[in-house]
Design a protein around this ligand. Structure first.
Ligand SMILES: [Cu+2]
Length: 405
């Protein structure tokens, strides 16, 4: 299993520098620290420690004398993952015995436009090409069996840390794949709720990959579905899947966003930008306007939508302008949901779900209600809702008109 850790240490090409966590620290020292001066903390020691941790986690299985998992009684099903904001086909209430749910994800590196108006772009590091990565949905008691493939033309190593899983860095040490490699990880979903997953290749590469888009969400539903505080069933007509993504895009001396030839080329510049903790963009689903205007989500009056919000790195406070969170799960699905929420909280490093039934037609903005983020950094999505207006709920009694002085 030691092959997971920095085989490029003996070589010094740029490609290997980008791959290795330890050398990532060295790259940070020559790039970032040189620019920021003596106040910048040294990253080489932290990165070496992190790499050792991953090596240990990777060797855990090889050295283990543990019994093999008992897979008797499980049947296998494939889940076809789809691009956000959509959800894969799934049952809300589980039928039959727990299953092994097979999924496949490719760690695709691709150039993405973040903001068409300014030309801001990023070499996004992705699962299956999207930011956020695809939504996975299983039931409590199921096994998730992921095949993680790193394409041959990738520049970097990748892995996955499932917050929903238990042990071994969430799978991070067991899934570290270099370009042209694949790994298969199986874990049992024992905690019902919404959870984030993300790439975590060690040291500063962890926030670098996460802030380049490499994160997503998994829902682990209770076997009997969602319930209110009294145990009554709650069901939805559709899922809207939001991934809040903070980017720290390097700019040149004129304030123009820099461009790069390949994934990883922005490493030193990015670390410098990230160190200020001030994102240049904080968007839903990868880019400014990804879910507004022509790309708005659609719904009808009377429809119930489960809004799943992943925020891997930053805290968020989603608010549906003109609507509410009828039922909100900021934590486990075993906890009673919060009700009638105006704004709810998504802790950075987690995912949360809010259920809402639309009661009026029109355009609803789903925003981060830090409104600087919502209106200026890109944290806005739209629902366009069709149906009949209900004057009982709201009516314009007098349209704007001059009044007598
Ligand atoms: Cu990665």
């Amino acid at each position: 299993m030691t092959k997971f850790i920095n085989p490029g240490l003996s070589k010094t090409s740029r490609r290997n520098v980008l791959r290795g966590s330890v050398l990532a620290g060295a790259a940070a020292m020559t790039g970032t620290a040189a620019l920021t001066g003596p106040r910048a903390p040294r990253l080489d020691r932290a990165n070496a420690t992190s790499a050792r941790l991953y090596k240990a986690a990777g060797e855990q299985t090889a050295d283990s004398t543990a019994k093999p998992a008992d897979l008797s009684g499980y049947t296998r099903v494939k889940q076809e993952l789809v691009a956000p904001p959509f959800a894969p086909e799934h049952e809300q209430v589980a039928t039959g015995e727990p299953k092994i749910v097979e999924i496949t994800m490719d760690t695709t590196e691709r150039l993405m436009v973040v903001d068409e108006d300014t030309g801001a772009s990023v070499w996004a590091l992705t699962y299956n090409g999207s930011v956020p990565g695809p939504l996975i949905i299983v039931h409590e008691g199921n096994m998730v069996e992921l095949t993680l493939r790193n394409p041959h033309d990738s520049m970097m190593e990748h892995n996955i840390d499932f917050h929903a899983s238990t042990g071994a860095l969430g799978g991070g040490g067991l899934t570290q794949v270099y370009p042209g490699e694949e790994a298969v990880l199986r874990w049992k979903a024992t905690k019902p709720g919404c959870f984030t997953y993300h790439c975590a290749p060690g040291g500063a590469m962890i926030p670098y990959h996460v802030t380049h888009g490499m994160n997503g969400a998994i829902i682990v539903l209770p076997r009997d579905g969602l319930k209110d505080a009294q145990g009554n069933p709650l069901r939805y007509d559709s899922i809207a899947y939001f991934g809040e993504q903070d980017y720290y895009l390097p700019m040149d001396e004129n304030g123009d966003y820099k461009t790069y030839d390949a994934a990883g080329d922005d490493y030193a510049d990015s670390l410098e930008a990230m160190r200020g903790l001030v994102p240049t963009h904080q968007v839903f689903n990868g880019a400014v306007g990804a879910l507004t205007g022509e790309n708005a989500l659609k719904a009808k009056v009377g429809e119930t939508v489960l809004m799943v919000h992943n925020s891997c790195n930053v805290d968020s406070r989603p608010h549906l302008i003109g609507g509410h969170g009828d039922y909100v799960w900021e934590s486990s699905f075993t906890d009673p949901p919060l009700t009638g929420m105006e704004t709810w909280f998504v802790r950075g490093g987690s995912a949360a779900a809010a259920l809402y039934t639309f009661e009026q037609p029109g355009v609803y903005a789903y925003v981060n209600h830090n409104l600087i983020i919502g209106a200026m950094l890109g944290g806005t999505a739209h629902f366009v809702v069709e149906g009949d207006w209900n004057n009982d709920l709201m009516e314009q009694v007098v349209a704007p008109r001059p009044f007598a002085t």
